[in-house]
Ligand binder design. Structure first.
Ligand code: MRU
Length: 356
C-alpha cells in the first residue's frame, strides 16, 4: 500500500542533519527566503535553538533534543554509564525546559535516559555509542510513523475533498514527510485531496512562511488564507476536512496544538467539516488526564508587534501571546497515529489503543 506514495517526490526537506560531530538544524527563522543550516556542537546550543524556534514542531524538537543529549555526552566528564547518568542530567533538564507544551521533548529525553540505563546494566554497549544509536532510532522511527499515518489518515478522506491545515506539520516539523501534512501529501498522491488551504498561523506565520513553501517544493498547489478567513471559507463548502498536528494528546483525547486550532475545530463543527488530528504516539501523553493540566507556552508579546521585522503596533500597547490552545476531544472526529485511528476520542477509546 505504501508503494503508492512516491516519497522521493513528496519528501525532499530534512530539518535535522547529524554530521558525526555536530547537529545541523535548518534554521526555520530564516525561511522561506534563506535556506541555511545552524550547526550546534553542544547540548546547550541545541536547547537554545529549540527555545528560539530555529527548530520547531513537536516531533522535530524531540529528535533535536535526543541529538542534543548525544552532543552533551561528548562533553561529559564520565567514565561509565552510571557516572554519565548523573553528569548528563543538568543538560537534559536544560533541554527539557527549552519549551513546555510539546510532550515529545520529555518523551525523547526519557528514551535517552532509558538507553543509558540499558548501557549501565551492562548490555555491552559503549554508553556514548548507545546514546547516538538511540537518537538515530528516534529519528528513524518518526519517519516511519509519518509514512504509516499518511496512509491511515488519507484513508478517511473522500476523493476530491478540500482540506484546510494549520501551522506547519510537514518535513520541517518532523524527521520527514510530516504528520498532518503527511496525510495531505498522501491524500494528494492518491487523488483524495483536491484542494489544499493553509492558514497563515499568526503570529509566527508557520503556515505562511513554512507550509506554503514546503508544499511548493513538492509542486502541491496550496492556497494561503488569513487565519481570520477560515470560518468564512468553511461556510462556502470548500473544506471537507480540517487536518492538524498536535503537541500533546491527553488521556481523554483533548489535544494541545498551535494557537488557533481550537477556533478551527469550533468552526468545522458548525459548518459540518470533519476535524482530524495526526500525531505519532510519542505525542500521546496518557499521564495527563485532560487539557486542563497542560502548560500552555506564552512567548514574548513582541512577536505580535511586528510583521517581517517592521513594527505595526503603537508603542505602549500591551499584548498576550499564548502560542498553543487545547481542542476538547468532543470536537475531534479522528486522531490518527501510527498505531491506528481513534474515532470520536474519549478516555475509553484512547485507553483501548494506548494503555501501557
Ligand atoms: O510553535 P511550533 O511551531 O513548534 O508549533 C508547532 C505545532 O503546533 C504543530 O502543529 C505541532 O507541533 C505538530 S508538528 C508535526
Amino acid at each position: 500500500m505504501t508503494d503508492a506514495i512516491d516519497y522521493a517526490r513528496y519528501d525532499r526537506i530534512r530539518p535535522i542533519r547529524w554530521t558525526g560531530d555536530a547537529l545541523e538544524l535548518l534554521d526555520q527563522r530564516k525561511l522561506p527566503f534563506t535556506v541555511e543550516y545552524l550547526a550546534c556542537r553542544t547540548g546547550d546550543e541545541v536547547a537554545a535553538a529549540i527555545h528560539a524556534l530555529a527548530v520547531r514542531g513537536a516531533p522535530a524538537i524531540g529528535i533535536a533534543a535526543a541529538w542534543g543529549v548525544a552532543l552533551a555526552a561528548r562533553e561529559a566528564d564520565a567514565g561509565s554509564a552510571a557516572e554519565a547518568a548523573v553528569a548528563l542530567e543538568p543538560a537534559m533538564q536544560r533541554l527539557n525546559a527549552a519549551r513546555p507544551t510539546a510532550v515529545n521533548l520529555a518523551w525523547a529525553l526519557a528514551r535517552m535516559r532509558a538507553a543509558l540505563l540499558r548501557a549501565q546494566a551492562g548490555d555491552g554497549s559503549d554508553w556514548r555509542d548507545a546514546l547516538e544509536a538511540e537518537a538515530r532510532a528516534i529519528e528513524t522511527e518518526d519517519l516511519a510513523a509519518n509514512h504509516a499515518m499518511g496512509i491511515l489518515g488519507a484513508s478517511l478522506i473522500a476523493p476530491g475533498s478540500g482540506v484546510l491545515t494549520h501551522c506547519n506539520t510537514g518535513s520541517l516539523a518532523t524527521a520527514g514527510f510530516g504528520t498532518a501534512l503527511g496525510v495531505i501529501r498522501a491524500g494528494v498522491a492518491q487523488g483524495k485531496v483536491g484542494k489544499v488551504f493553509a492558514g497563515e498561523t499568526r503570529p509566527w506565520q508557520q503556515g505562511a512562511r513554512l507550509t506554503a513553501w514546503e508544499l511548493m517544493q513538492d509542486g502541491i498547489p496550496a492556497t494561503l488564507i488569513a487565519d481570520s478567513a477560515a470560518a468564512h471559507l468553511m461556510k462556502t463548502g470548500a473544506v471537507q476536512w480540517v487536518v492538524v498536528g498536535a503537541d500533546r494528546i491527553c488521556a481523554n483525547g483533548d489535544v494541545a496544538n498551535k494557537i488557533g486550532t481550537y477556533q478551527l475545530a469550533i468552526a468545522a463543527r458548525h459548518h459540518g467539516a470533519k476535524f482530524m488530528v495526526v500525531a505519532p504516539s510519542s505525542t500521546v501523553d496518557m499521564d495527563t488526564a485532560s487539557g486542563e493540566s497542560i502548560e500552555i507556552e506564552e512567548r514574548d508579546p513582541t512577536e505580535l508587534f511586528a510583521i517581517g521585522g517592521t513594527r505595526t503596533v503603537a508603542e505602549g500597547v500591551p499584548a498576550w501571546n499564548p502560542v498553543f490552545d487545547v481542542t476538547p476531544a468532543g470536537l475531534i472526529d479522528a486522531i490518527v497515529t501510527e498505531k491506528g485511528i481513534v474515532e470520536r476520542p474519549d478516555t475509553a477509546s484512547m485507553r483501548a489503543l494506548f494503555a501501557a
